[in-house]
Design a protein around this ligand. Structure first.
Ligand code: UD1
Length: 367
C-alpha cells in the first residue's frame, strides 16, 4: 500500500509524527508532501528534526497568501505530484487550507482520500477551519474520527458509513514526549525573558483571526493578559506578531512576556512547568488536558468539548468584558478533582489509522 500524507501547517506536523512512526514499522510506502503553508523554521523544520519525522519527499513551497491564493496554489501544485505517485490513499490532516486543497485535488483525480481528525465541529462558520473541515469530510472517502463526539457529528451529516473511530493521534505523540521530558531527554524550553520556570506562570498563545485581526479586540485581550497577577509567557505566532506590529500594539507589557513559538518538546515541557494555559489554539487545549493543566480558552466555542465537560477547560470569549478579579480567579482556578478519563483514546491511534487504511474496502470503490 502506498499512502501520501499531505501536510503544511504546524499542527499537521505534530499529527504526522506518530503516523510516520506507525508506517515505519510496516512494509507500506509512506510519502510525505509538505505544501509549504508554514515555512518559518520554528513552525516547520523544528518539528521534523525534533519529532524524528523523515524530511518531506516533496515540498511545494506555497507560502502565505489569502485563502483563495493559498488554497488554489496548493491545489494546482498537487496535480502533477498525485499524477506521478498514484497512491492507494491520500491522507489529509485536520482543518487548514492545506487540508481542503489536498482533499479536493485527490478526489478530482479519483484517488481515495482519508481525513484524519474528521468530524470536529465548532458550528462557527466565521472560522476558516470550519469550512475546511466540513468540506473535507464531505468529499473524503474515509473519515478517521478522533472521538465519539466526532463520530456523532459525522452520523448527523449522513456520513456514518464512511466513518471509523481511530482515536486521537495527538495523544500518541503528546504522551511519548511527556515521558521523554520526565526522563530528561529534552533540553529545557527557551521561555520568554522574564519568566522563571521555577515560579508560577501562565502559558499563553493567540493566533485565531477572530482574536488577532481586529486591532481593538486584540489590544483589549492583551490588556486583559497584561493585568493578570502572575507572569504570562506569550509564545507569539507570526500572525499575532504581524497584526500587532501593523496596528502598533505592544505585546510585551504588564505581566506579559513575549517569546517565540517553541518546538514540540519545548512546548510540552513549558505546559508542564506552567500553572495553567490561556489560548485560542485547538491543539494546546488538548495538550494541556492530557498533561493535566487547566486551560482558559479565548473563544466562544471549542471543537474539543470533552475538555470543557470534564471541567479542565473554560471558555471565556471576551476576557476584557469580565470583572478583572473574576478573570484572574478564572485563569488561576484549582484543577478539578475528578478523573477526566480518556476521551481521546489510549495513545495508539496512529496504529489504528494504519490498520483501518489496510482493511478499508469502501475507499476507492465509493461513489
Ligand atoms: C494556520 C491554519 C490554522 C492553524 C494554524 C496553526 C488555515 C486557514 N489556518 O493558521 O487552522 O491553527 O495554521 O499555526 O489554514 N506566517 C509566517 N511564517 C510562516 C507561516 C505564516 O510569518 O511560516 C505568517 C504570515 O504573515 C501569514 C500568517 O502568518 O500571512 C498566517 O499564516 P497562515 O498559514 O495563512 O495561517 P495561520 O494563522 O498560521
Amino acid at each position: 500500500m502506498k499512502v501520501i500524507s499531505i501536510v503544511g501547517a504546524r499542527p499537521q506536523l505534530v499529527k504526522l509524527a506518530p503516523i510516520s512512526a506507525a508506517f515505519a514499522g510496516t512494509k507500506h510506502e509512506h510519502v510525505i508532501v509538505h505544501t509549504g503553508q508554514h515555512y518559518d523554521a520554528n513552525l516547520s523544520d523544528v518539528f521534523f528534526d525534533g519529532l524524528g519525522i523523515p524530511a518531506p519527499d516533496v515540498h511545494l513551497g506555497i507560502g502565505s497568501g489569502s485563502h483563495g491564493v493559498q488554497t488554489g496554489s496548493v491545489l494546482a501544485a498537487l496535480d502533477p505530484v498525485l499524477e506521478r505517485e498514484k497512491p492507494d490513499w491520500v491522507l489529509v490532516y485536520g482543518d487548514t487550507n492545506s487540508t481542503i486543497a489536498g482533499a479536493l485535488s485527490a478526489v478530482k483525480m479519483h484517488l481515495p482520500v482519508a481525513h484524519l481528525e474528521a468530524g470536529l465541529r465548532s458550528f462557527n462558520r466565521r472560522m476558516p477551519e470550519e469550512h475546511n473541515r466540513v468540506l473535507t469530510d464531505h468529499c473524503a472517502d474515509l473519515l478517521l474520527a478522533p472521538t465519539d463526539e466526532a463520530m456523532r457529528h459525522l452520523a448527523a451529516e449522513g456520513l456514518a458509513e464512511r466513518s471509523e473511530l481511530a482515536g486521537d493521534v495527538m495523544v500518541d505523540i503528546c504522551l511519548r514526549i511527556r515521558d521523554g521530558v520526565a526522563a530528561g531527554a529534552h533540553p529545557a524550553p527557551a521561555l520568554p525573558e522574564g519568566i522563571d520556570a521555577a515560579k508560577p506562570f501562565l502559558l499563553a498563545t493567540l493566533h485565531r483571526p477572530d482574536n488577532t485581526d481586529d486591532p481593538e479586540r486584540l489590544a483589549a485581550i492583551i490588556d486583559s493578559l497584561a493585568a493578570l497577577p502572575l507572569p504570562v509567557a506569550l509564545l507569539a505566532h507570526p500572525r499575532l506578531v504581524a497584526r500587532a506590529e501593523a496596528h502598533g500594539i505592544e505585546l510585551g507589557r504588564g505581566s506579559v512576556h513575549v517569546g517565540e513559538p517553541l518546538p514540540y518538546a519545548g512546548l510540552i515541557a513549558a505546559v508542564l512547568a506552567s500553572s495553567g494555559v490561556v489560548t485560542d489554539s485547538g491543539g494546546l487545549q488538548k495538550e494541556a488536558f492530557l498533561l493535566k493543566r487547566i486551560t482558559t480558552t479565548i473563544r466562544p466555542e471549542t471543537e474539543w468539548v470533552e475538555t470543557v465537560r470534564t471541567g479542565w477547560n473554560i471558555l471565556v470569549p471576551d476576557p476584557h468584558t469580565m470583572d478583572p478579579a473574576a478573570w484572574a480567579a478564572t485563569v488561576t482556578r484549582a484543577a478539578p478533582a475528578a478523573d477526566p478519563g480518556t476521551p481521546y483514546g489510549d495513545g495508539h491511534a496512529a496504529e489504528n489509522v494504519v490498520r483501518i487504511l489496510e482493511e478499508w474496502k469502501g475507499g476507492s470503490q465509493q461513489a
